[in-house]
Design a protein around this ligand. Structure first.
Ligand SMILES: Nc1ncnc2c1ncn2[C@@H]1O[C@H](COP(=O)(O)OP(=O)(O)OP(=O)(O)O)[C@@H](O)[C@H]1O
Length: 208
């Protein structure tokens, strides 16, 4: 069974068609980049894959199940997005404890992920004092709380400096499970096994 199977997927917002009849399969352990011009539908596709929003037609299966309908399945998905929410008046650790409780994850995992993203020393600092790079690392920590089998990242290094970008890339490179990222970065594309591109509302396999 593949990690991701997308069949005849279409998404409309009101009367606006974003994409139509999108088909692709991602094998377990594969790293796939999604590319396309601004507004082509990358974020929308990733939100459907992570079970946040419903397709208009067609279906998505993650490990053979529907992410929109299956709460347990969503626990296996780590989603790093621009809209990942952090509480700025709480510390890094307090944020992660809050989300760990929400996800039903053991609190001991909070220390693990803080160390993993190099935020252990800053664990008791308020998020409002964090740089953009630190915030992004904390969002990664949040996405990893449930030790996901699939990592879905929406433009993960957008707006980060060289060190921040390097951290994210190393992380993605060394993540040994399935990864799907939307990106405009050549370096991130090179980390991936395959590249899928949005073109005129459908998706095509691109050679690298
Ligand atoms: N909730 C929504 N309601 C209405 N339209 C939306 C909504 N979300 C996205 N869209 C529209 O769907 C289209 C695709 O947007 P999306 O954010 O998926 O593109 P993208 O490829 O991720 O763009 P970017 O590279 O700028 O992040 C855009 O025209 C956008 O305005």
């Amino acid at each position: 069974m593949p990690a991701i199977a997308v069949r005849n997927l279409s998404k409309k917002f009101g009367r606006k068609l974003v994409f139509k009849d999108v088909n692709f399969v991602v094998k377990r352990g594969e790293k796939v980049a999604i590319v396309g011009v601004n507004g082509s539908g990358k974020t929308t596709l990733l939100r459907i894959l992570s079970g946040q929003i419903k397709p208009s037609a067609g279906y998505v299966e993650i490990f053979g199940k529907n992410p929109y309908m299956d709460v347990e399945l969503r626990k296996k998905i780590g989603f790093l997005s621009h809209s990942s929410h952090l509480y700025r008046e709480l510390t890094a650790k307090e944020n992660l404890i809050f989300y760990a409780k929400l996800m039903g994850v053991d609190e001991s995992r909070v220390s693990e992920v803080l160390k993993l993203v190099n935020l252990w020393k800053a664990r008791n600092d308020l998020v409002r004092s964090f740089s953009k790079g630190m915030e992004q690392r904390l969002k990664i920590a949040k996405a990893l709380l449930n030790d996901p089998d699939i990592l879905i990242c929406d433009e993960p290094s957008d707006g980060l400096d060289v060190r921040g970008r390097e951290f994210i890339r190393n992380y993605i490179k060394n993540f040994n499970k399935t990864v799907i990222i939307s990106t405009h970065s050549e370096e991130e594309i090179r980390l991936c096994d395959r590249v899928l591109g949005f073109r005129d509302g459908s998706i095509v396999e691109l050679s690298r």
